[in-house]
Design a binder for this molecule. Structure first.
Ligand SMILES: [Zn+2]
Length: 250
């Protein structure tokens, strides 16, 4: 019977769910005509997790139809991943780094917004909606759901490994090399809108007495109009950002 050899490199082998896939290197029978993308996903690895493909040493893309005796290496992404440059697997890069966050990692949304990243999140949407949105709005889909990442609409996505939200944030900063892009406190934590400086006089009527007394510098969300100022809340966030950055690489 015709067969190929598949070699899952790095952490990709940890995602293999097919019972035939017991090792990093797999002998795979070619029972039907299937693209390499379909074969990889049938074994458990969602296509957005793949950083590169090599067949008998030469680069290939997801549409490649394997033939008898091919030896195909499936390579993981190598951080920092640059989504704004074209690659063989993803020839249409994103115009900017932007995220869409799935409900199973919902706490990442305010954390990414806190460091200034463009981050879409909405509760109670189905998988189809968020997969479509990630494509339409050119966003990286962040989720812990491998089934969602396997959807064909998804081009850029990442399976979040960490459980705890601040560790998840650290994981995303390192994976996408976000440090040079960070602009903390420039976005609304509630709605992702951009914050703009606003005169105290224009919003005085909306301030609590103590806030009005002690603070003079304010910013307002351009979308939902929530008001922000550098109070104790912000100092806590500054400390947590500093702690997270201290533990991430350059
Ligand atoms: Zn807002």
């Amino acid at each position: 019977m015709n067969a190929i050899t598949l070699v899952f490199r790095g952490n990709l082998s940890a995602q293999l769910t097919d019972p035939r896939a017991t090792a990093e290197e797999i002998r795979y029978p070619l029972a039907r005509r299937a693209s390499i993308k379909d074969i990889i996903e049938a074994l458990g690895v969602p296509h957005p997790e793949v950083g590169g493909l090599r067949c008998n040493g030469a680069e290939i893309d997801f549409t490649y139809l394997p033939v008898h005796q091919d030896r195909i290496e499936i390579l993981p992404h190598v951080p920092p991943v640059d989504v704004c440059s074209p690659t063989r697997l993803r020839p249409e890069p994103l115009p900017a780094v932007a995220f869409a966050v799935d409900a199973n990692v919902a706490k990442l949304a305010p954390l990414l917004r806190m460091i200034g990243m463009d981050c879409w999140y909405q509760a109670n949407v189905d998988d189809d909606f968020i997969a479509d949105l990630s494509r339409r709005q050119q966003r990286i889909l962040l989720t812990r759901d491998t089934g969602l990442l396997k959807r064909k609409q998804v081009v850029y996505g990442h399976l979040v490994r960490a459980q705890e939200p601040s560790r998840q944030l650290r994981e995303i900063i390192e994976f996408y090399g976000l440090r040079p892009l960070l602009t903390p406190f420039s976005r609304c934590l509630l709605c992702n809108g951009k914050l703009q400086a606003v005169e105290k006089n224009d919003i005085r009527h909306r301030l609590e007495p103590l806030t009005e007394k002690y603070y003079d510098s304010f910013r307002r969300c351009g979308d939902c109009e929530k008001i922000y100022w550098p109070g104790s809340h912000r100092q806590r966030m500054e400390r947590s950002i500093a702690a997270i950055l201290a533990e991430t690489g350059p």
